[in-house]
Design a protein around this ligand. Sequence first.
Ligand SMILES: [Zn+2]
Length: 433
Amino acid sequence: MDMVIAGGRIVDPATGHDAVGDLYIVDGCISDVPSARPDCKRLDAAGWIVIPGLVDLHTHLREPGDPAAETVLTGTAAAARGGFTTVVAMPNTRPPLDTPDRIGELAQRAAADALVRVLPCGCLTQGRAGVAATDMSALKAAGAVAFSDDGDTPLDERLFEEIAVKAQRLELPILDHAEDKRCSAGGVMHAGSRSRDLGLPGIPEEAELLAVDRDIRMAAQTGCALHIQHVSSARTIERIRKARDRGIPVSGEATPHHLFFCDTDVTSTDTRFKMNPPLRGEHDRRALREAVIDGAIAVLATDHAPHTADAKAKGFMDAPFGVVGLETALAATFTLLVCQSGMPLLAWLRRWTTGPMRILGMPPPRLAPGEPADVTVFDPEAEGLVDPAQFLSRSVNSPFIGSSLKGKTMATFCRGRLAWLDDDGAKRLRPES
Ligand SMILES: [Zn+2]
């Protein structure tokens, strides 16, 4: 559908462009002239912000393996509603994405069902068992854009070194779930005074730090691009800063939930606050916010991890780790970072667009003529309580339910196709002529 997005504030982090104007979509691409087709539509975007579609470097689509929690269709519908046009699908499905055939099957499913672009991530090790490396070059040939055993870290140092050498040669990053499970086993929340008060077994910060230290050492030795997923600790941030100062190719990502909450929000009954790594202390949350604002952490990522209500009802000890995030990420980070912390709009947007694409070594989405029309329109003034009844995700395990957030996605276009249109967006859509 050709479109004129009229009178919005067009903000493009790839070029720094920030001005009110019209954006034209013609034949799936951005155009410098409007469409001549009679069925062209006009979206009145006055007062709204027009941006490139967001990129999530860390999404769990759960298909194959757990379609009751999420599918490619529902997960990408949630992504579109959240303003995302590209998601990187983590490989810890059942079975995992550890062969070229499985990468190919996901690509086929995405071609049939997905509302946004799905980029597959391949496993580091066969069966994610941490014993033998996958055929990483075959995974890349099949379409993998990165490697991860997310949910686990290969503990065998020699094996990790072998993997890092291969990743460096293939020029793809390792997305690193940095956790030494010899240190974290049995824990369900951050180990600290709160876990002692609640009588819940803790996950010490050292579980993350041990893995981060080893993996930064591996990145220094091999030159492979190491991206630390879901950074939870202030001390991890210090390590990333120091490594970058030394020229080691290390980066990190922060999730909205780690930026928003800390361990004092955890109660022993509410499993919406059980995730891995856990919410840590107030000091860690503050350090994470500072790092995202000053750019030491240049990537925001959701770690969207759907689980069924039954699974999450098993109690804090037994429920699985993880929270959904795609449908609240834009509003949560816009509210916290831009509205409350004064982060410039362009800098915030870079964390969701150019930042993640740089990790992948891929060109960022741009609002320039000839580029694929991956475009999100959001209302920066719309404010409301997060309501799970509106989620398109099949799961509702969100710690943001009931939070009042600012910023609402009105429309999302992926390759020029309307992937999401809010009811309030539909009210402003009409024929162009
Ligand atoms: Zn993880």
